[in-house]
Design a protein around this ligand. Structure first.
Ligand code: G3P
Ligand code: CA
Length: 256
């Protein structure tokens, strides 16, 4: 017979509550807190003149009424743009200022380590305790550089299992080796119905055995979220934290 435990997990609002408001805007961050998210996730890039802004894509084309690469536009040019429903593109400092007591921010670095010195300065000036910040990055060299710059901040390597010509892009052991080599504190892994073939109990066991954390993104489907919790995921990044929390509120999983 199983002992049943209510699992502890964090719901992280992907680019803010991006199902409810334009992604990576102050409106989506506010919506995330209003929906009861434990954390907001945002993407950082540098403007041409070295300012840090919250923007997912290389260009502003998809998410604003402007055109061009973030790295080739000045901060003033970017601030003129409409990021949806009259919202401006936020700065890192503005985002850090609205993380309420007891909540966290997951900061994804979308470029190389060159952003780290300026980002570190802004984080230290913000007075947001380092324990309320988590770094994430797909680039393992950025993960290593982040651990060197701010060793106490939890830093997770982002990875997505993908199948090409019938073959997965990495084995479990390769992922674990890379996590260790990069000095990551854990794996934040893409979780879809397809990749669940690789993001399975065997991977979860290996991550746990390496004393690393396991988190998943970007999950909006309650059934998939339940599967992630059954694997022991400590965090689920979602576009819709409010409705996913409601769907999961009665989730119970066999105790391990
Ligand atoms: O939280 C991880 C997730 O944000 C990574 O994917 O493309 O939304 O930045 P992406
Ligand atoms: Ca992201």
């Amino acid at each position: 017979m199983h002992a049943f435990l209510l699992l502890a997990f964090e719901l992280v609002a992907h680019r803010g509550a991006s199902a409810a408001a334009p992604e990576n805007t102050m409106a989506s961050f506010r919506a995330a807190w209003a929906e009861g998210a434990d954390a907001i996730e945002t993407d950082l890039r540098l403007t041409r003149d070295g300012r840090i802004v919250c923007m997912h894509d290389v260009t502003v084309d998809r998410t604003t009424n402007g055109k061009g690469k973030v790295a080739e536009l000045s901060f003033d040019e970017i601030r003129e743009l409409d990021a949806g429903k009259g919202e401006k593109v936020p700065t890192l400092a503005e985002m850090l200022a609205v993380v309420p007591s007891g909540k966290q921010t997951y900061i994804e670095i979308k470029i190389g380590p060159e952003i780290i010195p300026q980002m570190k300065k802004e984080i230290l000036v913000s007075k947001l305790p380092l324990g309320r910040i988590v770094f994430i990055a797909f680039d393992d060299k950025v993960v290593t550089a982040l651990k060197q710059a701010l060793p106490t901040v939890k830093t997770y390597w982002l990875f997505a299992f993908k199948k090409k010509d019938g073959k997965w892009n990495a084995t479990h052991d390769e992922v674990i080796e890379n996590l260790k080599a990069s000095k990551a504190d854990g794996l934040d892994v893409g979780f879809t119905k397809e990749s669940a073939e690789m993001v399975n109990a065997e991977l979860a066991q290996k991550v746990k055995a390496a004393k690393l954390d396991l988190l998943v993104w970007t999950v909006n489907d309650a059934e998939l979220a339940r599967r992630a919790l059954d694997l022991g995921a400590g965090g689920i990044t979602t576009d819709a934290p409010g409705s996913l929390r409601a769907a999961l509120s009665s989730h119970r999983s066999p105790g391990r």
